[in-house]
Design a protein around this ligand. Structure first.
Ligand code: GDP
Length: 284
């Protein structure tokens, strides 16, 4: 996680992706259900032209269920097959098998017409860093064949994981680069913890998160911290600091610590299931 991107990396990632895509029938694209747009890179639409497409709304355990459904409908309306999954618990894995067959039925049909039998569907997993690609591959393939997190020295080279007699998965996921040039995208990725915290101003971010939560998920902060949500965002952060005993020397409130607690709680779902991005109104 927390990969820093430079133009050279992006070019390399893109080239790798172009090579890998030639080998496959189906692209399984993971997005984070809390930020389904910010965690996508639409460049994949161009790279994956003519391929079957399946979008997995991953970390659906952290997204708000109503919004998960809205996003599912949103992507389906754009022609994608969509499944909501939780790669950590394994929820949604069964539905993927059916979705893969469905998404690839044209290929299967074409093979049949040409008299080709038993040619498996070949698929690859793609997504931006930290979206859950390794976790998903591990869970879906049902064995420890992909390492979670960033571990240097893991063997390179193409390997196929045989999922069943119909489907094979490329063992290394394709890494998509986030669209950092959009400031909003950067902010949202920061909220979910996909950008290094040490280059961020968490205190400032926590104030915008507080405002968002008060507007869209009224009562969530009150419930988590037993505080009143009234006043300015700074006053709410102050109340959180007090409620959690975040003090510096001399009884001064420690806002930085309170911000860290707020983000830890938010990212691990302790404030509730919260979606940060909503389906664009005009496209509903
Ligand atoms: P990658 O960089 O895309 O390969 O992402 P990882 O597989 O390393 O996952 C990044 C983090 O997200 C890890 O801490 C995982 O445990 C966590 N994670 C992955 N999938 C899920 C999920 O569906 N739900 C939750 N709550 N956490 C997940």
């Amino acid at each position: 996680m927390n990969v820093q991107w430079y133009p050279g990396h992006m070019t390399k990632a893109k080239r790798q992706m172009q090579e890998d895509i030639k080998l496959i029938d189906l692209i399984i694209e993971l997005v984070d259900s809390r930020v389904p747009l910010a965690s996508r890179n639409p460049d994949i639409d161009e790279l994956g032209r003519n391929k079957a497409r399946l979008i997995l709304l991953n970390k659906s355990d952290l997204g708000d269920e109503r919004q998960n459904e809205a996003w599912k409908a949103y992507f389906q309306a754009k022609g994608f097959y969509v499944v909501k999954v939780d790669s950590r618990s394994g929820a949604g894995m069964k539905a993927i098998q059916a979705a893969i067959q469905e998404a690839c039925k044209e290929k299967t049909e074409r093979d049949r017409r040409r008299g080709i039998k038993n040619r498996p569907i070949r698929a690859m997993v793609v997504g931006i860093p930290n979206v859950g690609k390794s976790t998903f591959i591990n869970t879906f393939a049902g064995r420890a064949c992909a390492k979670t997190g960033n571990k240097p020295g893991v063997t390179k080279g193409k390997q196929w994981i045989r999922l069943n007699k119909n489907v094979e998965l490329l063992d290394t996921p394709g890494i998509l680069w986030p669209k950092f040039e959009d400031e909003e995208v950067g902010m949202r990725l920061a909220y979910i913890g996909s950008i290094k915290d040490d280059i961020l101003n968490l205190e400032e971010l926590s104030l915008t998160l507080i405002d968002f939560l008060r507007e869209k998920y009224a009562g969530a902060l009150e419930k988590r911290y037993q505080i009143a949500e009234e006043g300015t965002a700074v006053q709410v952060l102050e109340a959180i600091a007090r409620s959690r005993g975040c003090l510096k020397k001399g009884e001064e409130l420690d806002y930085a610590k309170a911000s860290l607690i707020l983000f830890d709680d938010f990212r691990s779902g302790k404030i509730g299931r919260i979606t940060l991005e909503w389906v664009p109104q005009e496209e509903k």
